[in-house]
Write a protein that binds this ligand. Structure first.
Ligand SMILES: Cc1cc2nc3c(=O)[nH]c(=O)nc-3n(C[C@H](O)[C@H](O)[C@H](O)COP(=O)(O)O)c2cc1C
Length: 463
């Protein structure tokens, strides 16, 4: 079976490790031009990638009083961050088979706005759009920007359930497959009996009305999820088709995947979820060349930048703790995932702030790192996937296009030789059927959204 390959991007000058825009080989300062992204998208499509993923957040790194950290602006850590949803049509027009996945937080916009945007993009991308559903990194500054109080962590996931349910009802339940007639002679665009109002009365969000967009090739975008706190894993088990897992400790990754699979099984969704791990690849023609590249990259990574980035994810300022004393148990109402990565819940193992920041500085927000030549890395990837039970990787950028150029030149041919990637370029298809050929373009039976589908029109018996 082929592995899944995604490319991780943010509409920001940095990659996901260090202050990489300063690297002389990086072209990432072009991130505010359309051509930068369409060129990258074509490279990824031709190189065998399944999708281009744009992470996103309105939140930026702040101190305890909510002021922006100067270091964030100096290094361009998570600020600036432009809106990647604006790129999707341009990327779709430049490609024919590449999937395009974008993050939208359930905390920012209300469900009908999200449903309408992704429902429209399902048409404009020919069914190649996916939504990474998150409750949001850097939630404190994001909420403040919108003039709101930050909702408590677990409530955000309960609210996300209302949010996604409304979207699913709009995508799946409002328009029947045969609602659009577009009969020019008869003068009927849509059959009123085949378009119905949806209703949702939730604890946090409610909706009543008709969806504004007829169904696209997938109806619902591919549903992805990221965030492995307890409520995050439960949300993934119930709703996600593809789950992004942060890299780092291999045993923690394996445990998170096993836990989500077990939960999915209990919801009747066993085998319906695939897992993709965020990882950093430094590849060379030889292992020595790769090691030299890695050493150069690390020159552009600092503890100050690592601390800013960690604060963005968790709200915790590691520099405010004694550098060499084990970190005490900490609680955050912001993102839990990057805290669990180091605190190892359930054990007494505790790292010091210095150890955490050094690891975070070198390995970035996801943390699994492969350095070597194509042959060696392809072997390591296969062993890793087998061990943790994942289905693929999100290739984190350090240098663009260099990270992807090296990966495509050296690793992709080795993956093909091992039967882990198809030899031929992918045919045009929806993103869902590309990743789930066995179930096709639409949400499969067993997914909660599928239950909202309207039954087919009853056959009219001849009189
Ligand atoms: C590969 C990967 C990609 C992610 N992308 C985003 C993103 O684009 N935006 C975001 O707010 N959170 C993103 N997250 C999740 C956040 O790091 C954070 O964990 C989450 O939003 C809060 O949920 P939690 O408390 O369950 O961790 C990503 C996580 C992973 C592993």
């Amino acid at each position: 079976m082929s592995i899944i390959l995604g490319a991780f991007q943010i509409m920001n000058p940095n990659g996901t490790v260090g202050v990489s825009w300063r690297h002389p080989d990086n072209t990432s300062l072009g991130y505010l031009t359309t051509r930068y992204w369409t060129t990258m998208a074509r490279q990824l499509e031709e190189g065998g990638f399944d999708f281009l993923f744009f992470a996103d957040s309105y939140g930026y790194p702040t101190d305890a009083s909510g002021e922006i950290l100067d270091q964030a602006l100096i290094d361009a850590t998570n600020l600036p961050m432009a809106d990647p949803i604006t790129l999707v049509s341009a990327v779709a027009a430049a490609t024919t088979s590449l999937g395009i996945v974008v993050t939208s937080s359930t905390q920012v916009e209300r469900p009908p706005a999200i449903a309408r945007r992704y429902g429209t993009l399902d048409h404009l991308t020919d069914g190649r759009i996916g939504w990474n559903v998150v409750t949001g990194a850097a939630q404190a500054s994001s909420a403040a920007l919108f003039g709101e109080e930050m909702m408590a962590h677990d409530d955000r996931y309960a609210q996300a359930e209302d949010h996604l349910t409304i979207c699913l009802k709009l995508w799946e339940g409002s328009w029947a497959d045969d609602a659009v007639i577009a009969d020019m002679q008869g003068g009927i665009y849509a059959d009123p009996s085949r378009v119905t109002q949806i209703e949702h009365d939730g604890v946090f969000l409610s909706a009543r009305g008709v969806f504004g967009v007829p169904p696209g090739p997938q109806r619902s975008p591919l549903i992805l999820q990221a965030g492995t706190s307890g409520p995050g894993r439960e949300f993934a088990a119930r709703f996600a088709e593809l789950v992004f897992i942060g890299g780092g400790d291999t045993e923690l990754i394996a445990a998170q995947i096993a836990d989500i699979r077990a939960r999915a099984e209990s919801h009747g969704r066993g085998g319906a979820i695939r897992f993709v791990v965020g990882a950093h690849f430094v590849v060379g023609a030889t292992a020595d060349e790769a090691a030299a590249k890695r050493a150069t990259m690390l020159e552009f990574a600092t503890l100050e930048q690592a601390s800013t980035s960690y604060t963005w994810l968790t709200g915790i300022d590691l520099l405010s703790f004694p550098a060499d004393e084990p970190l005490p148990d900490l609680h955050t109402e912001m993102g839990q995932t990057a805290l669990d990565r180091y605190l190892h819940p359930g054990t007494s193992a505790r790292k010091t702030p210095r150890e955490i920041l050094e690891e975070f500085r070198d390995n970035g927000i996801n943390g699994t790192v492969f350095v070597g030549d194509g042959d060696g890395i392809a072997d390591e990837m296969a062993v890793f996937l087998e061990h943790v039970g994942a289905d693929g990787f999100l290739v984190q950028p350090h240098i663009t296009p260099g990270t992807y150029t090296d990966f495509i030149a050296y690793v992709v041919p080795e993956l093909r030789r091992r039967g882990l990637l198809p030899d031929l370029p992918a045919a045009a298809s929806t993103l869902r059927s590309r990743l789930f050929p066995e179930t096709g373009d639409h949400l499969p039976f067993g997914h909660p959204g599928r239950a909202y589908r309207r039954p087919a029109r009853e056959a009219v018996s001849p009189s």
